[in-house]
Every structure is written in C-alpha cells, then in structure tokens.
Write a protein that binds this ligand. Structure first.
Ligand SMILES: *Cc1c(COP(=O)(O)O)cnc(C)c1O
Length: 397
C-alpha cells in the first residue's frame, strides 16, 4: 500500500532544497538584549520585544503572584467558566489605556483577526485591504464570505478609487470594511491612518487597524497609532493589537465602542471556543500596562536608540528604506547578499535575520533589525560597529 503521508517528508525536503525552510534558533534563557542562542552569546536585534518588557521585574513578579493566588490555568473558555477577575481587570485597564469605551482580550493577535473579521463582514459586504497587510488579516479576510478588494500599499488615492467603485456596485454593498496594518513589519512604515479614516468616514465604511507593531512604540505612553494621529473612535471603529510584541507577553485585543465589544465576544469563534489566558499571562499583561503608564523612559529610550541607529547606518552608506519606526530594514539586494551579511553579523555577535523573497521583492532582500529600549548606549554602538565591519568586509558599503 502507498504511504498516505509520503507528501510530508517530500514537501519538507523541497523546502530544505530551496533553502526556504525555517531553521529554529533556540534561546537558552530569557529574551534579553544579550542572550544565548544555540550556545552563542549574541546581541539580539530582531525580537519584537521593543521595550524589553518580557523580562521586566514587575511583569515577572505579577505573573508569579498570580500563580500563587489564581493557579496556572483558567480551566475553561471565557464564556463558560474561564473568565477570572484578572481578565476583567485587564480589559478595564486596557480600555482606559486606549481611551476607549471598552476593550476585549483574545488568546492572540492571530486569533483576533481570524475570529473578528469574518463576523464584521459577510455575504453582500465588501472588505478592502492594503496589499501588504499581515498574514493573519489575510486569513481573517479569507474566512469572511464578503467580496474582497485590495488597494496599493499605503495609498489613499488608490483606496479612494476602490471606494468610489464600490459605491457604484449594484446591488449596493450592505457594509464596507477597510482594514490595514498600523505599522508594516517588513518596511517599518506607518499607514496614513488619518487619511484612510477620513475616506472611511466620507464613504460610510468601517475602519479596522491592526496596530501590532505600533503599540508601545507610537503615540503618548506608547498608546498606539490611533493616539499617534489623535483620531476619534467614530473614525477608527476597531483598534486591534497584541500583547505579544512591545507588551512582552501574549494575547490579542480590540478596543472601541461597548457595542463593538459586546458584538465581538458573542460572535468571535476563536474567542468563544478556545481556552482563556492562564492567570500569570493576564497579570503580566496588566503589569505591562502599569509599566507603560508609569515608566515613560522605555518608550523614550527606544526612540533615542532608533534615531541614533538609523542615522549611523545611513552615514555608513546603507539603504535603510522608508521606515519611520524602530523597525529598520537594511536593504542589500539579492538573498545571497542578505544571508552573507546576516552570517557575518552573527560571527561578530549580532543576531539579526535576513528577510528574502517571497516575503519581500527579489532585489530587496534585507536584514530586518528591530531596536530595543533595553539596549545600553554601548550596545547600540556595538551594533553599529558590527554593521560597519561586516558591510566593509562584504563590500556592501
Ligand atoms: C504579530 C502580528 C500579529 C499576530 O499577533 P500575535 O498576538 O502574535 O498572534 C497580527 N498582526 C500583525 C500586524 C502582527 O505583526
């Protein structure tokens, strides 16, 4: 008999042959700027832990304390027996932090997009997406029975074209949803959310922003892209984010009107049918909000480091693209050059991964760096020197 699982090994080997398989690198210990990866001590420059909160003493202590008072698991999904006081407190505090009427916490950012988007739009509706939106948005949109349209990346003029076309559609669409990343993770550019929100308002469309890379980074206290642009909740109806990046823990969330939250938790299947966060996770997320509200120095240091690092790389002659955030791509051309630079950096003790086709265009392969507030000034100097040495030895600069 033919082995019905033979495709597993075969497809895996094809990925290995094309050098497009993921080789897992193993952190031995916490995600800190200097860390042990596969037995080597390196400076981490590719984690989403922007503010160093994943190992912050207040978050660690909060998680341990919650285990003492609430145990390690919630025992259920949220709607049955898995809602604890910690979950409710986290949602109240998050709504206050976001200056929103209400917030809702999901198991992850991916679960948020996959669970909510298909409920906001269905048959007879239209969802309009930026062409470079995150994969979890793409999958959420695929689960929706709505029609789909895409606009050119971060281009309000093209979005307007799509919206004008949608108005002429017969029969008229029941609902229209515009959805965009807040900060685009490959290039570090910021969506023109002010103009997108204005277009949404003019055309009667809902606006949904996925701010996974903007929270803890943009706006006062790192409140995110909606605060960065000073937009009202009547203009951006769904502000979505994650606790897995700058917040240093795990979990997705939305903020908006009380109606949005009541609707979302009664309808999102990922929320209704999957176990709720363990108490230490909810407690650590709460502590992360405390830290953002009380310790403004982390966000300030993130931006100080970011400005210095970008200026130094530009002075060295690197192409660092159009980023306006602590994500700094170092664009070097084809995938071989990017891999060679990554290897050379690793030999010098700097850990930053190459991003190659199909994630970016063939001639735009890059090292994607993400700055971190927990670096010291010396660490930033070390990273700059590593880029200088590696770039010179490979004749990239
Ligand atoms: C990381 C990311 C997500 C997924 O968030 P998780 O909480 O890690 O599942 C969603 N959207 C964007 C834009 C992201 O960068």
């Amino acid at each position: 008999m033919r082995d019905p699982t033979s495709f597993l090994g075969q497809e895996y080997r094809e990925l290995v042959d094309a050098a497009t398989d993921w080789k897992l690198r193993v952190l031995e210990g916490p995600s800190t700027p200097w860390c042990e990866i596969d037995g080597r001590r390196v400076l981490m420059l590719c984690s989403n832990n922007y503010l160093g909160l994943s190992n912050h003493p207040k978050l660690r202590e909060a998680a341990i304390a919650a285990i003492r008072t609430h145990g390690v698991g919630s025992g259920s999904v949220r709607p049955i027996a898995g809602t604890m006081d910690l979950h409710m407190e986290l949602e109240r505090r998050l709504a206050r932090f976001k200056r929103a009427e209400a917030s809702l916490v999901y198991q992850s950012g991916f679960a948020t997009n996959a669970g909510l988007i298909p409920q906001l739009v269905g048959e007879g509706d239209l969802v309009i997406s930026d062409e470079l939106n995150h994969g979890s948005i793409i999958d959420g949109v695929r689960l929706a029975r709505a029609e789909r349209a895409v606009y050119h990346h971060a281009d309000p003029t093209d979005l307007d074209r799509v919206l004008v076309g949608a108005e002429a559609h017969a029969p008229a669409y029941r609902r229209i949803l515009i959805i965009t990343d807040g900060v685009f993770s490959m290039d570090g550019d910021i969506a023109p959310l002010d103009r997108i929100a204005a277009l949404g308002h003019d055309h009667g469309a809902m606006v949904y922003v996925d701010d996974a890379h903007g929270e803890g980074v943009l706006g006062p206290d790192g409140r995110g892209i909606v605060a960065h642009f000073g937009l009202g909740r009547d203009r951006v109806q769904v502000e979505m984010g994650t606790f897995s990046k700058a917040f240093g823990v795990v979990g997705g969330h939305i903020s908006g009107s009380r109606d949005l939250v009541n609707f979302a938790y009664n309808k999102s299947r990922t929320w209704l049918l999957s176990g709720s966060h363990p108490p230490p996770v909810a407690a650590a997320c709460l502590a992360a909000i405390d830290v953002l509200e009380q310790e403004g120095e982390h966000v300030r240091r993130l931006w100080d480091h970011t400005r210095r690092f970008k200026a130094a790389l530009r002075d060295l002659g690197y192409d660092i693209g159009v980023s306006a955030t602590p994500i700094t791509p170092v664009i070097v051309g084809d995938s071989h050059r990017a891999k060679a630079l990554s290897d050379a950096l690793l030999d010098l003790g700097l850990f930053a991964l190459p991003i190659v086709h199909p994630m970016v265009a063939k001639d735009k392969a890059r090292i994607r760096t993400i700055m971190n507030a927990a670096l010291t000034d010396e660490d930033v100097g070390f990273a700059i020197t590593a880029f200088e040495k590696a770039g010179r030895s490979l004749k990239l600069i």
